[in-house]
Design a binder for this molecule. Structure first.
Ligand code: NAD
Length: 483
């Protein structure tokens, strides 16, 4: 029987076993919907980290995953997918309580995690190298090799699905992995260890440790024993990790923040736009890196669009995640204070509050669904990532002006175009500075479509076949046939 939970404490998944925190330390976890303590998890320290890294190294050197027949590795990932589905009910109830998100959204995370393992399970035996023609005297080919130990740092907004997004391709390519879970909601992700355990993933191949970012996370990425860093989180943390990576010359994949814009032309379908706005900025209370944070609308339909957006925001059901409302709390008191603080600058910078604008007076950490109209594109609310349920709307007159505005931040994660004009949708999509462009449906695409940023939104790509090549390095082998 698994010992994932001991005396109500969620433990660390260390190389195939469940262990307590160093010196019995624990991290308290809150229910953001009630602003009260809900659980504790065992906090790993330096000793546990060193054991996880050593186990990962031994597992890699033994070839537990990388020397497995690729098709067998693929089947292993498919088993993990199946086991994730097996823990989804229990896991999503825990994730819902600790993250504040709706039960449905929490369940979707486990389902998406399972799909990542299925997708990358299917490609584990298709990571094919190239043969390079050098004439009759040589045989030359490339092979894709795993890095070794992949150190992965996961944020709190989608802890389970984002962990799976990086872990599944890392495993498909044959790496060992050490994951640091987010301290605000580590328990659903710790449960992923159960799925790995039940699927008989070789011990040592994967560890999932709970710890504080600036302590355990910083130690993990600074270790000279790791071979790759995968970071998903904020720009300041990403910058700190890049400094650490520079010291050890360790390759790092950076999936950072965004301030993404939808460009809405005069021929757009407003119903389509509103349904995209609902998921784009209110899903998970706007705590989504690729949220529809800015909505740039052609002046001829701007007033109507603002009115519809305000009605949408004012009409959303609000409540505790367990009741499955559309609008749920943000993750913490600190996050709520930050969102309110940035939003409060909008008015003095000339914006109009069309809906919301402040916290909801209740027990949990609820920010009202907020629509800011007439936002100056250079103002703080238009330039900074708010990471909350706050959309900034601004009118434009010409296509060129809209493109300049959409591209006018330091970010470049995703962007959107809403129009019925096919030629314009292609033309504008090509001009938008972003890793992914959605046309007429925010979040169109899925686990098979490459995702990642330009500018300060980061570099490297996750999802799709493209992501696989972040988890391998190319070796060229040139053979002289001359004698
Ligand atoms: P964060 O940077 O505060 O934390 C992310 C993770 O880094 C956490 O696990 C944290 O414990 C850890 N961490 C903190 N300091 C560290 C350090 N010095 N060394 C190593 N690890 C450290 O970000 P967050 O608040 O958890 O997440 C929100 C941010 O993540 C937003 O900016 C959002 O846009 C971004 N994000 C990006 C993507 C993407 O795919 N591009 C996806 C989700 C979230």
């Amino acid at each position: 029987m698994s010992t994932y939970l001991k005396d109500g404490l969620a433990r660390n998944f260390l190389a195939g076993s469940w262990v307590d925190g160093d010196e019995g330390r624990a991290i308290a976890v809150e229910d953001p919907g009630l602003a009260e303590h809900v659980a504790d998890c065992a906090e790993a320290g330096e000793t546990t980290l060193a054991r996880a890294i050593e186990a990962a190294r031994k597992s890699f050197d033994r070839g537990d995953l990388c020397d497995m027949q690729p098709s067998a590795r693929g089947r292993l990932l498919l088993r993990v997918a199946q086991e994730i589905r097996g823990i989804a009910d229990e896991g999503s109830a825990l994730l819902c309580r600790e993250s504040g998100k709706s039960l449905e959204a929490a369940f979707d995370e486990f389902e998406e995690a399972a799909q990542y393992f299925e997708y990358y399970g299917g490609v584990a035996d298709k990571i094919e190298g190239k043969s390079i023609p050098l004439g009759p005297d040589y045989a030359d080919y490339t092979v894709y090799e795993p890095f070794g130990i992949s150190a992965q740092i996961v944020p709190w907004n989608f802890p389970v699905s984002l962990a799976a997004r990086s872990l599944a391709p890392a495993m498909a390519a044959g790496n060992s992995t050490v994951i640091k879970s987010p301290e605000l909601d580590p328990i659903g992700l710790a449960m992923l260890g159960l799925a790995l355990e039940r699927a008989d993933v070789p011990a040592g191949t994967v560890s999932i440790l709970n710890g504080i970012g600036a302590e355990l996370g910083a130690k993990l990425v600074a270790s000279s024993e790791i071979d790759q860093i995968v970071f998903t989180g904020s720009i300041p943390t990403g910058q700190a990790i890049l400094h650490a990576a520079a010291d050890t010359v360790t390759p790092a994949l950076m999936e950072l923040g965004g301030k993404s814009a939808a460009v809405v032309f005069e021929d757009a379908n407003l119903d389509t736009l509103m349904s995209s706005l609902q998921s784009g900025i209110f899903y998970n209370a706007g705590q989504v890196c690729s949220a529809m944070a800015r909505v740039l609308v052609h002046r001829s339909i701007y007033d109507e669009a603002v009115e519809c957006a305000a009605a949408l925001a004012n009409g959303l059901s609000v409540g505790h995640g367990l009741d499955n409302p559309v609008h749920t709390p943000v993750i913490s008191a600190q996050q709520l204070a930050r969102i309110e603080d940035i939003t409060s600058t909008a008015k003095q910078d000339g914006a109009r509050i069309a809906a919301g604008g402040a916290r909801i007076d209740c027990k949990g950490y609820f920010m009202a669904p907020t629509i800011l109209a007439d936002v100056d594109p250079s103002s703080r609310v238009a330039q900074e990532e708010i990471f909350g349920p706050v959309a900034c709307m601004t009118p434009f007159d010409t296509e060129a002006e809209a493109i300049a505005m959409a591209n006018g931040t330091e970010f470049g994660l995703v962007a959107g175009v809403f129009t019925r004009d096919l030629a314009r949708s292609h033309r504008v999509a090509r001009k938008l500075r972003a890793g992914q462009v959605f046309v007429n449906e925010w979040f169109a695409g899925g686990i098979a479509t490459p995702f990642g940023g330009v500018g300060k939104s980061g570099f490297g790509r996750e999802k799709g076949l493209e992501a696989l090549y972040n988890y391998v390095r190319t070796k060229n082998i040139a053979i002289s046939l001359k004698g």
